[in-house]
Design a protein around this ligand. Structure first.
Ligand code: ATP
Length: 212
């Protein structure tokens, strides 16, 4: 069975805090593909600073040549808010028989209760949540009701069910945020070692954070 990781985000810009966890998940979960899905209009937050094309360009450069990593443009080509559930439903129709795993950092997971149709997400995919510095799972939150009875402890358990399970995974902790990269780039700071070199060069070339 083909296993596809779906990793959505604004990627404004993509940084090592996205890339290293994605790589570790690819290997721990035995994913055939990891789709990086930049959103066009994030439903729950302010608009990205860089244009969709520039954000996609950064993702494309960052993942070039990495086995299994692919840029997926579906949300960029769709008008309106980029709801993850719509993208998962598309993918489910396009790739019948493939298992979908939605990859999320802890901060994104903590917002799950406010998502568009969260129950439907569990009918389309498993959820894989990585720890992120600065964010702790709070077991009292409203999202706990949503994941009740779904938690599994080991990656192999995900293979036993087609959809609907939740796995928390420890990954290398990198305290990097796109916000900090943008702030630094806007102040003409040096963003080396926070983002891949090709991304740093593209930020300079496009001046995409210059007017922040
Ligand atoms: P911003 O600072 O603009 O809010 P961000 O750095 O959080 O951006 P996003 O594109 O919003 O990046 O995140 C996409 C996904 O990557 C989310 O699921 C998020 O939890 C995860 N993620 C982002 N940064 C990290 C990190 N440093 N470690 C682990 N997961 C991360």
């Amino acid at each position: 069975m083909t296993r596809i990781g779906f990793f959505g985000g604004t990627f404004d810009p993509i940084h090592f805090g996205h890339l290293r966890p994605a790589l570790e998940l690819r290997d721990v979960l035995g994913l055939d593909e990891v789709l990086f899905v930049p959103c066009r209009v994030p439903p729950h937050r302010v608009h990205p600073r860089a244009s969709p094309e520039v954000r996609a360009g950064m993702v494309e450069r960052a993942i070039a040549g990495v086995p299994g990593f692919t840029l997926d443009r579906r949300e960029l080509d769709r008008d309106g808010p980029s709801f993850t559930v719509d993208s998962l439903a598309d993918l489910h129709d396009e790739r019948p028989g493939a298992q979908l795993l939605l990859l999320l950092g802890m901060d994104a997971f903590l917002g799950l209760g406010g998502w568009h149709r969260p129950e439907r997400v569990f009918e389309l995919a498993h959820l894989v949540v990585t720890h992120r510095p600065g964010w702790k799972r709070d077991e009292q939150g409203g999202r706990e009701a949503l994941i009740h009875g779904r938690i599994c402890r080991r990656p192999e358990e995900l293979a036993a069910e087609p959809v609907g399970k939740v796995l928390f995974v420890e990954v290398t902790q990198l305290e990097i945020s796109a916000t900090a990269v943008r702030v630094s780039a806007a102040a003409n700071g040096d963003v080396r070692y926070l983002v891949p070199e090709v991304v740093r060069e593209f930020i300079e070339e496009t001046g995409c954070y210059q007017n922040d």
